[in-house]
Design a protein around this ligand. Structure first.
Ligand code: CMC
Length: 429
């Protein structure tokens, strides 16, 4: 018998198995707790709850480590590309050349969306939030995948993954054009995944945008850095929805909705708004930091802090360097970058942030790169979503193939009124 933990409640005790992960992290398996003790655990916000065992991504938040399937994020960001990293996440291994070629071919084969989807797109008002469009259009696109929409057969996962990844990119670019009131640009079969995205975003009819390879590389790297992050809010949502045996399209669309929130993926837009406000003179870096520390002001330093990282976020470090490189290459001097660096410097030397172990996260500098590339602020979270799709697919697949998987259904401690008699309306008040 392996190690156990003993839990005692009111003189009665139970032995709970200890589960050890491949990186030696320790969990207490409480699956039998309620049956044996009549008690559940309570963990508001899930800060101490392992919702599943997963083989996709490893994070050590104390050491600032992030690995996809065992490979350090630094290596993947420098040496890999988004499609190869996506393949790694979804299939568990880096692809061989024929495997990669086949996956890329699938992505090209499925890059078009059904023409009828343009009617769905046309129904959104011009100022519709792109994350609303993306989420709705993923479900709408699923309606055109009747052969695979309800498939739970793992042999189809490659094709399903390629369809979602490729079409999400086409939908994202189309939603941008819709926002501008411009014609939709069709994908090109001769371009890589990321170059093709930039082409659909920035080409105009009869005026092709030929993306600079360095810019393509920068966007590709952003996608790699966003591709997975273990049990974050949107991925947990995808797993939760998938646990009900909902199809991949529905599960991914739910993930998009969770990512939209400003405490999650939506933070990349909030960072730019915050930096702009400071630039426009409402605040200085110092006065903003003072405001953030004042609990009555209810302000947060957006792009700072993380549930898991209590040391640097390795993605933020890579993005900060890329920021300097991309802005240098484009010859852009963005005052927001200077403000961001000042804020970071001030926060890292301030006891409020030091004591709470708050460091810049992935969203702190990513918006500055995207701004420099001409991507409008309200598309930032969509960019995050395009990057995160492979991670969501990998997690949905893990849930789907788990032979012991059960519907995710947490319990609660009820704090509402106890039993009371129904009062007729004339006797209320
Ligand atoms: N600015 C000021 N104070 C902060 C911040 C911040 N950005 N983040 C945390 N704190 C404080 C918080 O008020 C609390 O203080 P106290 O102990 O005095 O009550 C303490 O630090 C612990 O924070 P918490 O809210 O308990 O931490 P959490 O793990 O629940 O929240 C977080 C994590 C990322 C939601 C939070 O740090 C935050 O709101 N950051 C700003 C939004 C943001 O950048 N989100 C992107 C996260 S990374 C990408 C992604 O996952 O999408």
């Amino acid at each position: 018998m392996g190690q156990t933990a003993t839990l005692a409640i009111n003189g009665k005790s139970v032995e709970l198995p200890i589960v050890v992960g491949s990186e030696k992290e320790v969990g207490v398996d409480i699956a039998q707790l309620r049956a044996k003790m009549g008690a559940i655990t309570l963990d508001d916000g899930y800060g101490n709850t392992g919702a599943c065992a997963s083989a996709v991504t490893f994070i050590d938040g104390e050491k600032g480590i992030l690995r996809y399937r065992g490979y350090p994020i630094e290596d993947l960001a420098e040496k890999s590309n988004f499609i190869e990293s996506a393949y790694l996440l979804i299939f568990g291994e880096l692809p061989t050349s024929p495997q990669l070629a086949e996956f890329k071919q699938h992505l090209t084969d499925y890059q078009f969306i059904h023409e009828d989807l343009q009617h769905a797109l046309a129904g959104f008002p011009p100022n519709a939030p792109p994350m609303a469009i993306l989420s709705a259009m993923i479900n709408a696109a699923g309606c055109f995948e009747s052969d695979l929409l309800e498939s739970h057969d793992d042999k189809n996962i490659g094709e399903m993954a390629a369809r979602i990844m490729s079409r999400v990119r086409t939908i994202a670019a189309a939603s941008f054009k819709k926002h501008l009131g411009r014609p939709i640009i069709y994908p090109r079969s001769d371009m890589s995944y990321t170059a093709n995205f930039l082409h659909m975003m920035f080409s105009k009819p009869y005026e092709n945008y030929e993306p600079d390879p360095e810019i393509v590389r920068a966007v590709d790297q952003l996608f790699i850095l966003h591709a997975d992050h273990e049990q974050n809010c949107s991925t947990s949502t995808v797993r939760m929805v998938g646990s009900a045996k909902a199809n991949l399209w529905a599960s991914v669309a739910a993930g998009v909705c969770a990512l939209w929130g400003p405490l999650h993926g939506g933070a990349n837009m909030e960072v730019i708004d915050m930096l702009k406000r400071i630039h426009e003179g409402d605040d200085t870096a110092q006065s903003f930091i003072a405001k953030v520390k004042d609990k009555n002001a209810h302000a947060k330093l957006m792009g700072f802090g993380h549930r898991v990282y209590k040391n640097f976020d390795p993605r933020a470090q890579i993005i900060k360097k890329a920021c300097d490189r991309v802005l240098g290459k484009l010859g852009i001097k963005d005052p927001l970058l200077e403000i961001a660096k000042k804020l970071e410097e001030a926060a890292l030397h301030d006891s409020y942030f030091v004591e709470r172990k708050l460091y810049p996260n992935v969203d702190f500098y990513s918006g500055i790169i995207m701004r420099a590339l001409g991507i409008p602020t309200d598309m930032f979270t969509v960019m995050f979503a395009i990057g995160r799709i492979p991670g969501w697919i990998a997690h949905w697949r893990e849930v789907n193939v788990n032979p012991h998987g059960r519907i995710n259904r947490p319990r609660q401690i009820y704090t509402g009124p106890t039993l009371r008699p129904y009062a007729p309306i004339e006797k209320r008040g």
